[in-house]
Design a protein around this ligand. Structure first.
Ligand code: SF4
Ligand code: SF4
Length: 460
């Protein structure tokens, strides 16, 4: 009797939660639909802000050693871009999906605007490959490191301004009003796509109805089950029409838990593995003795080849860090060593996670092929990778809070709590996906521990 009343109570609570989520989703949806026609104004405001934050410091002298972000605009802009904007952008995907892409991002909007005015060619087949965006991410990340994108305003302008110019050019050539850049080329796209699968917001079809709306990122809205490519532009949300999509709020990580029926994508998983290794490489080369050894070994090889004078020279600022006034000048040797170090880190981490994921699917004993195992279990590492990356990118923010009087201990505890949450969330996803076969959790947890341990080495 008592058991039955507890069950009834649990059902009641679940229903109440669903109703609350439903009404909150309707309120959010109503707000954005009401202001849908004004999204372009938001794009313009963000674009102007970006022009000021990215453009102005590039033409200012480098700040001197005593300067702080409170008295130097260049340092202030750097803090806003790399300390606030980037970490919060990634974090926002957890709570709001790719709202940044649909409502705020000036780069995507500029590309779409250009595509309405340009040649409107259909994107060629080679460009529509899923791996193209991975190549774009790897290339831009490594290039960002060698030009010092986080440290020098000129490099920030070059990378963020340069990709915006390419986005506009791509839009002018391809798409006819759609966002070819956002779907296939934006280096941020695949990362935001994978992370949005963990997020609390989804645009879902109502049961039994389907309609193909012209989606800017080529999502088939009549069959859509994945959040990855949805940039939340709200164009397919028309509640008065049959077949409309509706905003839904869901438990964090829900889409990954039911990934089998949510259009899993092998390239997305491989991207998650590779991006984790590449991001780690970008942090590690700056502190690792292995990097120094690699650089010396490369130097020896080039000396034996009689080419030390070539790799021992520096290049122009638009190709590598070359700021003698700040005491930092890269040589071609540095560029090569950084590239090799980061690519090696990417391959090593991707291989290790692939092995753990393949092991999980072998243990699973439900007759999964290695590919299906990847698709089911590969997304598990998303939370630990994401939250660690946010802490890594947020170092400037955390350092600033200590400058504002928050004690080092409080900041470290916050970082640690955040870090632990990422790891535990990954293990929880592994538990949900194991569906009772606890042995499956072992390799997945080991993969999570590996990612966490590697991040721990650079963060704490
Ligand atoms: S995919 Fe890239 S360019 Fe497009 S809206 Fe998102 S962040 Fe901006
Ligand atoms: S699925 Fe709908 S909301 Fe998402 S990008 Fe396409 S049209 Fe916009």
């Amino acid at each position: 009797m008592e058991h039955r009343s507890m069950e009834t109570r649990t059902i009641q609570v679940t229903e109440e939660k669903k109703a609350l989520r439903g009404s909150l989703a309707e309120t959010i949806e109503g707000f954005f639909l009401k202001h849908r026609d004004r999204f372009w104004k938001v794009h313009v405001v963000v674009l102007l802000l970006m022009v000021v934050l990215i453009g102005v410091p590039a033409f200012m002298p480098l700040p001197d050693e005593e300067a702080s972000l409170f008295d130097d605009f260049s340092l202030f802009a750097n803090f806003i871009i790399w300390g606030v904007w980037f970490p919060l952008l990634f974090l926002s995907v957890i709570f709001a999906g790719r709202l940044w892409c649909g409502v705020f991002c000036p780069q995507g909007a500029a590309s779409e605007y250009a595509s309405k005015k340009g040649f409107a060619l259909a994107p060629p087949r080679w460009l529509r490959r899923d791996w193209i965006a991975i190549v774009s991410f790897v290339a831009v990340t490594i290039f960002g490191q060698v030009v010092g994108v986080r440290d020098y305003p000129l490099a920030t302008l070059e990378v963020l301004g340069g990709t915006t110019l390419v986005a506009v050019l791509v839009g002018y050539i391809y798409g006819g009003g759609r966002r070819v850049w956002c779907r296939y080329l934006c280096p941020m796209g695949p990362l935001l796509g994978v992370l949005s699968r963990l997020g609390a917001v989804s645009f879902e079809r109502a049961a039994g109805s389907a309609k193909g709306y012209p989606c800017p990122t080529f999502v088939n809205t009549a069959t859509k089950t994945s959040s990855a490519n949805c940039i939340e532009c709200f164009r397919c949300v028309n509640p008065e029409e049959r077949g409309t999509l509706r905003v839904r709020l869901r438990r964090l990580g829900r889409e990954v838990e039911e990934i089998e029926r949510r259009e899993p994508n092998l390239w997305e998983v491989l991207f998650l593995f590779s991006a984790t290794g590449l991001a780690l490489g970008a942090f590690y080369w700056q502190i690792s003795p292995l990097y120094i050894r690699l650089k010396h070994a490369l130097g020896d090889i080039f000396m034996d080849l009689g080419l030390l004078h070539v790799v021992g020279s520096s290049g122009p600022r638009w190709l590598m860090v070359n700021y003698p006034e700040a005491g930092e000048v890269f040589l071609w040797l540095d560029v090569m060593a950084i590239t090799i170090f980061m690519v090696t880190s990417m391959v090593a981490v991707a291989l290790a996670l692939s092995v753990f994921t393949a092991l999980a699917s072998l243990i699973d004993r439900r007759g999964l092929s290695v590919k299906d195992g990847f698709l089911r279990f590969g997304y598990v590492y998303g939370p630990v990778a994401l939250l660690s990356l946010v802490i890594g990118l947020g170092q400037i923010l955390f350092q600033t809070t200590t400058a504002l009087g928050v004690t080092q201990q409080v900041v470290k505890s916050l970082e640690m709590a955040f870090f632990a949450a990422g790891g535990l969330w990954s293990v929880y996803l592994a538990y949900r996906l194991a569906k009772g076969n606890m042995l499956t959790m072992v390799p997945l947890s080991l993969g999570t521990v590996l990612v966490a341990a590697l991040w721990y080495g650079v963060l704490f």
